[in-house]
Design a binder for this molecule. Structure first.
Ligand code: XMP
Length: 333
């Protein structure tokens, strides 16, 4: 569409003017905002952009590879993937309090990103070194950080749009999505050639599976949860509601699986099993401040539970969360 093409052209010109022949670094999370910002900046300045993707080991199944495939493989952008899962999981060992887990994950994320940014600032690939830090800040973030902040908003900010970082690193800020609402960011992403599934993804919290494994985060739990959650998401995407013609993924605002570190009894063949429980969570909401649990079809729930129990050895019970917000929250931690 012409309007969008003009928008892109204008945004590209603006970025080129602002950056000149300097170098830019960007923290790529795989989320919508940082992905669209990366694609747009890459369109404008190509290899003057380096993306840093910190993999904390608490992402969804194969997510790290998918991010690399898209940005390095298809867009040919420069991406540094930092596999920090051992560091994160090591620091999380023995920690059960949700806010403590958030602090550890958020803090380590900043440390790892800072270390990479400092390296790039010092060296750069062409010896010049980066002078800009790009962030996928969108208009609602701008309003939010100007007004009264909720505790959660601060947590989200401190993780994603790493506050104070440009000053600490002595970098100038580049925020090409600052004037856009979420819908506009999505349209821009599609126009830039990002896949629909990436641009219309459900939100994913910065601490990732770290807050979807209740209590202590163990590598074994993360592996089970990743596989169970991948089945749930795959089935939501493939189940089409005949009335609207939309998939249940698109009909829900956020859907995921929660790992409960409790064991319940089951039977398999002649023997008993004593395995873990997961909860499926799916909500419909317009603002994430209030949310209704989604009335998923029984056929879908049945298929998901059957697949998880059969395919993920170690999980023998699947439950569905029928709590709305308030008083429950969307996440379990
Ligand atoms: P709750 O659970 O409070 O979640 O109903 C509301 C929305 O916020 C997301 N959320 C987070 N996002 N860091 C984030 O980046 C966090 O620590 C965090 N906690 C909750 C949640 O996924 C939902 O979309």
């Amino acid at each position: 569409d012409w309007v969008m093409r003009d928008h892109i052209e204008e945004a590209v010109q603006k970025i080129r003017e602002q950056v000149g022949d300097e170098e830019v670094i960007l923290g790529l999370s795989g989320g919508v905002d940082s992905s669209v910002a990366a694609a747009l900046i890459h369109r404008a300045i190509g290899d003057q952009l380096t993306c840093v993707f910190v993999d904390h080991g608490l992402l969804r199944l194969n997510e790290g590879d998918m991010v690399m495939d898209m940005f390095e493989g298809k867009l040919h952008a420069k991406v540094i993937r930092v596999d920090a899962s051992e560091l994160f999981l090591g620091q999380l060992a023995g920690v059960t309090d949700p806010e403590a887990k958030r602090k550890i994950i958020g803090g380590l994320f900043v440390d790892v990103f800072k270390a990479e940014a400092a390296k790039l600032k010092a060296a750069g690939n062409g010896a010049k070194g980066a002078t800009f830090l790009a962030q996928g800040t969108i208009y609602p973030d701008v309003i939010e950080s100007g007004g009264a902040k909720s505790k959660k908003a601060v947590t989200i900010k401190s993780h994603h749009n790493v506050g104070g970082l440009p000053e600490q690193l002595g970098l100038k800020l580049l925020e090409p999505l600052r004037d856009l609402f979420k819908d506009e960011v999505r349209e821009l992403g599609v126009a830039l050639g990002l896949p629909h599934d990436m641009v219309y993804r459900h939100p994913f919290p910065g601490p990732g599976l770290g807050v979807r494994i209740l209590g202590e985060v163990k590598p074994e739990y993360a592996k089970l949860l990743q596989r169970a959650d991948a089945i749930f998401i795959e089935e939501l995407r493939s189940h089409i509601d005949p009335v609207s013609g939309k998939s249940w993924y698109d009909l829900t605002s956020q859907a995921f699986t929660v790992f409960l570190p409790v064991k319940s009894v089951g039977v398999m063949g002649d023997g008993r099993t004593y395995d873990y429980v997961v909860a499926l969570r799916a909500v419909c909401t317009s603002d994430f401040m209030t949310a209704d649990w989604a009335e998923l079809p029984y056929s879908l729930l049945k298929r998901v539970s059957g697949r998880i129990i059969n395919e993920v050895r170690g999980i023998n019970r699947v439950t569905y969360d029928v709590s709305s917000k308030p008083p429950a929250t969307i996440e379990w931690e």
